[in-house]
Unconditional design. Structure first.
Lengths: 195, 195
DNA sequence: CTTCGAATGTAAGCGGTGATAACAATGTAG
DNA sequence: CTACATTGTTATCACCGCTTACATTCGAAG
């Protein structure tokens, strides 16, 4: 029954999976390395081999979240539809991710990663914005978006998305309000970008 | 030397002050009730008389933050200037607050206050949005803002502000980038509201 | 003024935590 | 086969939030 092998074999991945579960349904801060170790069936000190510190575990989680969100937003932009359609898709993907990974998204944008976070993590938001940048460039090329430096234009977009979700999670919105606000924000953004 | 009175006299306020200091320059999570007690020169269990739990202390901090921000935004709208001017003032006040109270703002919008937070705290974001709502109503009355339900229209505004600040804090912006993005966001919002 | 209850602080201790150091088992490259 | 690197274990430290039982002080009613 208890002849578990001395080496777990895949502890790092297991820890990440378990951590994300706990994050999802009990929030960050409820996350304990010792508990993860227990759940994984290893000793309390074992996780330190893979994550020198608890913050490192959180950083890894956040980084993975950025990658998943960025990739989701990228793949949804495959076709060459109108700017309005792309914007709509982008927004709904973002909000969808936020709905299903609320705590993770919060972790991703929490200011805990300062000031000396792993460089990849520090660069992750930038890569997210690059997706928005591409959409805007496309729109400009089609004449559907007014001219201007794309990297600056992209800020209000991501900001609106991020703000909308944190507002939705904390502002005490009903789902219907959230949906209306979502539509409103899309239309709002569209107007803001109009030539 | 050590004939401190048995009763501190103003422990609750002292704790809040110390807590906000720690919050400001060491971030949340670094905040320890025991340490606060030490700094206040009081026994480790003393704070529990004023804040039954650590979360209660954080909630009080967040609530105070909401009140300060709301009041700051309200007072800056005294005159009856144009919508553009009011929007500008509102935005700069918000961002100014964010700059000076980064960790506090994060705390205010952190999803830790769920699902059974003190009702006043749950209502605080709503009151913040009410300020934005008033500005929008004014704008509509002047014909400077397009028609529509104000409570829905206000969402993109606050969302953009909140998103902009969290992006600024975590997105690795330089101050100049932040300023440009701020201007861009104001202009963006103005366009979005245009009739 | 005295008394007595409420408010506030203290002392002690519980279970839990993250981190580290010293040691043991396993995998792997030469 | 052997030496080394990796991964897990054991033991321990300092700290934490919280609770219970007790001490002191304050303030108001008699």
């Amino acid at each position: 029954m208890k002849d578990r092998p001395y080496h777990h074999g895949d502890l790092r991945a297991t820890l990440l999976t378990l951590a994300e579960e706990t994050l999802r349904d009990r929030g960050p801060g409820e996350l304990s390395l010792r508990e993860l170790a227990r759940d994984a069936g290893v000793s309390p000190a074992a996780p330190s081999r893979h994550f020198k510190t608890k913050q490192a575990l959180l950083d890894a989680l956040a980084l993975d979240g950025f990658e998943r969100l960025t990739s989701a937003m990228t793949t949804v932009l495959a076709g060459d539809e109108s700017f309005a359609a792309q914007l709509d898709a982008l927004t709904r993907t973002y909000v969808g991710f936020a709905r299903e990974n609320a705590a993770l998204l919060e972790l991703m944008f929490a200011r805990k990663h300062d000031p000396d976070a792993p460089p990849e993590l520090a660069a992750a938001p930038k890569r997210l914005m690059d997706v928005a940048t591409r959409v805007i460039e496309d729109g400009q090329r089609r004449g559907e978006v007014r001219q201007g430096p794309v990297d600056v234009l992209a800020v209000p977009l991501i900001a609106a998305l991020q703000g909308l979700t944190t507002l939705a999670l904390n502002g005490g919105f009903s789902p219907e309000q959230m949906d209306r606000s979502l539509d409103e924000t899309i239309g709002f953004t569209l107007r803001g970008f109009r030539p």
